[in-house]
Design a protein around this ligand. Structure first.
Ligand code: NAD
Ligand code: IPM
Ligand code: MG
Length: 352
């Protein structure tokens, strides 16, 4: 198969981790007889420096016409003072919104080899922790009316029935293929948009009788994630709650450097990226963990290209390299072998 992939490395550690993921993709391509070709586009702070804007029409058009997109991360202290609408992070929203990628899947899986890197006690986290966070990605407070007026600033969270229904359906469908448990997270004790959200979940539940549904307020959900993460199978939630809860869930897997994501819209197209940011504190030091980005490529093969064996091959080699004791600094525990970003990428590519 021939596939054309848009690469958007971005800022900070973005270019380094994307390079490792491409290394792995190329080896998979060779092994399974596929040809992956690439075009690289600017977005985020590097695009501001080059063009004055975080997201150019060229980048959006290039990504839109590709078969899928691999993104590193955007942002950094260098651009913290630029005007709100020109911040690097706006590029992400422009790509997600501009390509209609409303469904963000963030699987939090604890590899058994990383049990000691998880900050929770073994008896709490148990074996085989596997939570899928289904995050709404093109609505809510990120895309609502906003402004600044003298000493007042505001951001608004709004959702339509259609926007809620399509993401909640995804949550139910994914739960049907897993342990058939769906937790809807909202703040229906205070927010109107959450009250509508909860009504819709309750209404749709009758169409998915095989799925057990419960509702949690977001503050309780954040607490339950560390108290008893095993109660969760699929979590479906709105944009900002999903952002926060997925960072929290990632730490249970040992590190934010382990969590991949897929941003989808219902056809085969998708954008794939680690859930972490540009990690300015470790940029350029060859210590960032590339596994979240490498696992994002596995998600790309699975969801966009229907290459299940190829995706599984990547996940297996990550597992093999962890079995062999190799760890980047963020997941390092005593008596393991510490490696840098490039070496981790090489090891995973060689294990394929
Ligand atoms: N998708 C994205 O592009 C994205 C996501 C989150 C944050 N950001 C941006 O990134 C910048 C930094 O944000 P932040 O510091 O809040 O979050 P961050 O995720 O970049 O970093 C948080 C902490 O996690 C560590 N970390 C992150 N990824 C790691 C990896 N792969 N390996 C090892 N350690 C890793 C960092 O060193 C840091 O200590 C900001 O400009 C923010 O807006 C971008
Ligand atoms: C950088 C920011 C806009 C982004 C988000 O909040 O969606 C990030 O935190 C993420 O999780 O992808
Ligand atoms: Mg985030």
């Amino acid at each position: 198969m021939k596939k054309h992939i848009a690469l958007v490395p971005g800022d900070g550690i973005g270019p380094d981790i994307v390079a490792e993921a491409v290394k792995v993709l190329d080896v998979v391509g060779k092994k399974f007889g596929h040809t992956f070709t690439y075009d690289t586009y600017l977005a985020g702070g590097c695009a501001i420096d080059a063009t004055g804007k975080p997201l150019s029409e060229e980048t959006l058009a290039g990504c839109s016409k590709s078969d899928s997109v691999l993104l590193g991360a955007v942002g950094g202290p260098k651009w913290d003072k630029v005007a709100s609408d020109l911040r690097p992070e706006k590029a992400l929203l422009g790509l997600r919104g501009g390509m209609g990628l409303f469904c963000n899947l963030r699987p939090a899986i604890l590899y058994k080899q990383l049990a000691d890197a998880c900050p929770l006690k073994n008896e709490i986290v148990g074996e085989g922790l596997d939570i899928m966070v289904v995050r709404e990605l093109t609505g809510g407070i990120y895309f609502g009316e906003r402004g600044r007026d003298g000493d007042k600033a505001y951001d608004t969270m709004s959702y339509t029935t259609a926007e809620i229904e399509r993401i909640v359906r995804k949550g139910f469908e994914i739960a049907q293929k897993r342990k058939k448990r769906l937790t809807s997270v909202d703040k229906a004790n205070i927010l109107n948009s959450s009250q509508l959200w909860r009504e819709i979940v309750e209404h749709l539940a009758s169409e998915y009788p095989d799925v057990a549904v419960n509702h949690l307020y977001v503050d309780n959900a954040a607490m339950q994630l560390v108290r008893n993460p095993r109660q969760f199978d699929v979590i479906v939630t709105e944009n900002m709650f999903g952002d926060i809860l997925s960072d929290e869930a990632s730490q249970i897997t040992g590190s934010i450097g382990m969590l991949p994501s897929a941003s989808l819209r219902g056809d085969s197209f998708g954008m794939y990226e680690p859930i972490h940011g540009s990690a300015p504190d470790i940029a350029g030091m060859d210590i960032a963990n590339p596994i979240a980005t490498i696992l994002s490529v596995a998600m790309m093969l699975r969801y966009s290209f229907s290459m299940e064996s190829e995706a599984a091959a990547i996940e297996d080699s990550v597992s093999k390299v962890l079995d062999a004791g190799y760890r980047t600094a963020d997941i390092y525990t005593e008596s393991m072998k510490k490696v840098g970003t490039k070496e981790m990428g090489d090891l995973i590519a060689q294990a394929l």
